[in-house]
Design a protein around this ligand. Structure first.
Ligand code: PNS
Length: 165
């Protein structure tokens, strides 16, 4: 059985993330989307909230499981017998960072964990969770960036009430 993990902060999950999830789920028998519980960063959404958002988005996808992890990704992969990491590449600016992480993980895992990149759908190439948060914090329109229920939750975090949501 081909299993893979798609790790990330998902703070919050965007349509770009969802596109990668849908496509990776078609390639692998089982895809585990795992939210990093990063003690260093202060996220907008708690790990539990991010997991819930991902569960809602993937409820019609039987081979997708949602989880969370802390610590090193390679340790999580080893504990769960996973040898493939999926990451999305939006543009050349992502490449250096992603290449470094992928190579580090391969070396740290002694060749046991490889990374596969899916190029982001052009429609979402400009998207990032950071820009979604910034736009929402000023009351801007994030309807093309995240599912409607995620938009509602994001505006709520900033105390913004949108009538049409
Ligand atoms: O969505 P993000 O924030 O770009 O995801 C980054 C992530 C979670 C893939 C990466 O930060 C990660 O795997 N962190 C866990 C710690 C780790 O394993 N670090 C070693 C690689 S340098």
């Amino acid at each position: 059985m081909k299993r893979a993990v798609y790790p990330g902060s998902f703070d919050p999950m965007t349509l770009g993330h969802l596109d990668i999830i849908v496509r990776a789920a078609e390639i692998f028998d089982e895809l585990i989307v795992s939210v990093l519980n990063n003690k260093v960063k202060t996220p907008l959404f708690s790990v539990e909230e991010r997991v819930k958002i991902l569960e809602e988005a993937t409820k019609g996808m039987p081979n997708v499981k949602i989880d969370s992890f802390s610590g090193l990704l390679i340790d999580y992969a080893k504990e769960n017998d996973i040898h493939v990491v999926v990451r999305g590449l939006r543009a050349i600016t992502d490449f250096e960072y992603e290449l470094q992480i992928a190579q580090t993980n391969r070396v740290l895992s002694e060749g046991q964990v490889d990374t596969i990149f899916l190029t982001t759908n052009l429609e979402y190439a400009y998207l990032s969770s950071s820009s979604v948060k910034e736009i929402a914090s000023f009351g801007g329109d994030i309807s093309k960036c995240v599912p409607e229920y995620v938009a509602k939750l994001t505006y709520e975090k900033y105390g913004i009430c949108k009538q049409n949501l």
